[in-house]
Write a protein that binds this ligand. Structure first.
Ligand code: SAH
Length: 226
């Protein structure tokens, strides 16, 4: 376990030095959430290597720097309602939950993360991991095609899509609140640009950020139906 603590501290120092971690809030959230709880047992020793790791079903838990970048770009604050598309391991949802519902704040100030996942086995994997890490009261995992969003709880202050899409699924734009922000990898099913989409006076403003490589989105607005 000490080795993991050391590896995590080393990674945090490196992220701060290289400008990946910037704000105190993201640093705190990254420190707090145990990535080792969200990886498969055979990868525990690599929990703080800066790489995506397999979680089964052809999917991966994102590299830790990507999770930090999402949290920085989305400017998450306590009280916000967040939608994630692609729960996977549940790790990114937990880091976002630590920012919108920080452990040290009373529950009435908490926001919530709704995370959609299309692979039923991964819904269960994410739920179990979130329970073990103590985030099941701040994250709700729903098993469905995330391209359709979650109209039952819309609008959302932030929407984080963690799978690569050919275009922004229209239901997600509809379910984004005024002044909301959405982060999505757009491009081919191999390489994409990370795009930050904001609603400013009901107009859509797009900002291209960096090159990324996410697994492809499935479902109605993805590359394959299943
Ligand atoms: N955020 C995850 C990693 C995402 S990997 C983590 O922190 O571990 C991308 C995930 O998106 C995979 O689990 C994949 O099954 C899921 N996915 C792909 N298409 C989807 C869709 N249309 N709706 C919901 N989830 C989808």
């Amino acid at each position: 376990m000490d080795k993991l603590v050391e590896a995590k501290e080393r990674l945090i120092k490196y992220y701060i030095r290289s400008g990946i971690l910037k704000s105190e809030e993201v640093i705190k959230a990254f420190k707090k959430v145990p990535r080792e709880v969200f990886v498969l047992p055979e990868y525990i020793n690599q929990a703080y290597s800066d790489v995506p790791l397999p979680i089964g079903y052809g999917q991966t838990i994102s590299a830790p720097h990507m999770v930090c970048m999402y949290a920085e770009y989305l400017r998450l604050k306590p009280g916000l309602k967040v939608l994630e598309i692609g729960a996977g391991s549940g790790y990114n949802a937990a880091v976002m939950a630590e920012m919108v519902s920080p452990s040290h704040l009373p529950r009435e100030k908490w926001g919530h993360v709704y995370s959609l996942e299309i692979v039923p086995e991964l819904c269960e994997f994410a739920r179990v991991n979130l329970r073990r890490a103590g985030y099941d009261d701040r994250v709700t995992v729903i098993c469905r095609d995330g391209g359709l969003g979650f109209p039952e709880k819309a609008p959302f202050d932030r929407i984080a899509i963690t799978a690569a899409a050919p275009n922004i699924p229209p239901p997600l734009i509809e379910q984004l609140s005024d002044k909301g922000a959405l982060l999505i990898p757009l491009g081919s099913s191999f390489f994409q640009r990370l795009v930050l989409v904001k609603k400013v006076k009901r107009e859509i403003v797009r900002d291209e950020l960096s090159s990324v490589a996410f697994v492809p989105l499935k479902g109605k607005y993805g590359w394959t139906m299943t």
